[in-house]
Design a protein around this ligand. Structure first.
Ligand code: SF4
Length: 210
């Protein structure tokens, strides 16, 4: 599955917090090389199951913090994807001696993982979004439940860490939900949200004034 190069470049620049005009020749070259090679340097894998095929709705999804998606679980999927350990190791090696290249590759890898995931979601459930544990006041530790239900260790080689982070680090897990729009309006931790205080959101866009 091919990710449009222009989309990947725009997303990588956004991850870096740069615009085209900010790039010097050396960074241009590093970015170009990372964009050219990311598919070869990573091993994208994904795995999913429909919630309706599980014997019961998982306990973590019955918590009040998941209220905003609870009416939309009939068509939803549990999903996880990874770029594999090789890209983590490449970024770590680069960071020892060529930190700026490591930073660019890290941004490109994040953009590539998100783009591959978006392409899959468009194909399987058009218009849906990936709701990841950690969004909208839910706990990142619920990643452990998603990974366990998917047996992601066996299918994808993803191991959960105690914090809810994952190994390989370039991995994502969550619930693919149709007819859902991210919004802070009804979020129950809005009044104490650190993301909003910084003008950001937990779901990766700039804070809207809604
Ligand atoms: S960014 Fe919005 S949705 Fe996310 S935790 Fe903060 S208030 Fe809730």
């Amino acid at each position: 599955m091919c990710v449009p190069a222009s989309l990947l470049r725009a997303d990588a620049l956004a991850n870096l917090g740069y615009s085209e005009g900010d790039l010097d020749d050396k960074t241009q070259e590093t970015l170009h090389s990372a964009l050219d090679h990311i598919a070869e340097w990573s091993v994208y894998k994904q795995y999913y199951c429909y919630l309706k095929d599980l014997p019961a709705t998982p306990d973590f999804l019955q918590q009040v913090s998941y209220k905003s998606i609870q009416g939309k679980l009939d068509t939803a999927l549990l999903f996880a994807a990874t770029l594999g350990l090789g890209i983590d190791q490449r970024i770590r090696r680069l960071s020892l001696s060529r930190l700026s290249e490591a930073v660019v590759l890290n941004a490109v890898a994040n953009a590539y993982l998100e783009a591959r995931t978006d392409l899959f979601i468009k194909e399987i459930l058009p218009g849906a979004v990936l709701f990841c544990p950690g969004y909208a006041g839910t706990s990142p530790e619920d990643n452990r439940s998603v990974l366990k239900l998917l047996d992601a260790q066996k299918h994808l080689g993803i191991y959960p860490k105690d914090s809810g982070l994952m190994l390989p680090e370039k991995s994502m897990a969550g619930i693919v939900v149709a007819n859902y729009r991210f919004s802070c309006r009804a979020c129950n931790i809005r009044s104490k949200c650190d993301y909003l205080r910084q003008g950001k959101t937990c779901y990766g866009t700039k804070a809207a004034h809604d």
